[in-house]
Design a protein around this ligand. Structure first.
Ligand code: 4NP
Length: 155
C-alpha cells in the first residue's frame, strides 16, 4: 500500500480537490489517499462548496470529506506528502524531524513539467473560475503522478 497525503492551508479548497482527483485515478487496493491542512481553521468542515461543485462537474464526489489538521505522525504514516504551495511546504519542512521526513515532502507542481508555477493558487477569496483553474492544474498534475506511480508498480 502506498499512502499519499495532499496538504494545503485550510484543507477545504485545494487539497480536497487534489485528494479526490488522485483517488479517482488510482486503484484503492494499492493506494490510500488523504488530505490535511497546516492550520486548525476549518477542522471538521466539509470542503468549500465551490470545490465540491467543480469536482462534481467532473464526476468526482468530495462531499464526504472532512477537514483535518496535519499532525506530526503523518510523516511516519504517509509515503509521499504533497504541499500545494511554497508556504505550506515551508510549514511542513519546519515540522519535519528527520531527513526521511524531509524526503517524503514534495511541492506538487514540481511533478508537472508543463508548468513553471510553484504554487497552486489559493482560490478561497476568488470566484468559481479560480476553482476551475485549480481543478485543471491539479487534474493535469495528478494524471502525471498517477501514470508515474502505476508505471513504477508494474516493474
Ligand atoms: P485551502 O484554501 O488552503 O486551499 O483550503 C483556504 C481555505 C481557508 C483559508 C485560506 C485558504 N482561510 O483563510 O480560512
Amino acid at each position: 500500500m502506498t499512502r499519499i497525503l495532499m496538504v494545503c492551508l485550510g484543507n477545504i479548497c485545494r487539497s480536497p480537490l487534489a485528494h479526490g482527483i488522485l483517488e479517482s485515478k488510482l486503484p484503492p487496493q494499492q493506494f490510500f489517499i488523504d488530505s490535511a491542512g497546516t492550520t486548525s481553521y476549518h477542522i471538521g468542515a466539509s470542503p468549500d462548496e465551490r470545490s465540491t461543485k467543480i469536482a462534481k462537474n467532473h464526476n468526482i464526489d468530495i462531499s464526504h470529506q472532512a477537514a483535518r489538521q496535519f499532525k506530526p505522525s503523518d510523516f511516519e504514516y504517509f509515503d509521499i506528502i504533497y504541499a500545494m504551495d511554497q508556504s505550506n511546504y515551508q510549514h511542513l519542512y519546519e515540522m519535519a524531524q528527520s531527513s526521511e521526513d524531509r524526503s517524503k515532502l514534495k511541492l506538487i507542481l514540481k511533478e508537472n513539467p508543463h508548468t513553471t508555477d510553484q504554487n497552486v493558487p489559493d482560490p478561497y477569496y476568488g470566484e468559481l473560475t479560480d476553482f476551475q483553474k485549480v481543478f485543471d492544474i491539479l487534474e493535469e498534475t495528478c494524471s502525471i503522478i498517477s501514470n508515474r506511480l502505476t508505471e513504477i508498480n508494474k516493474i
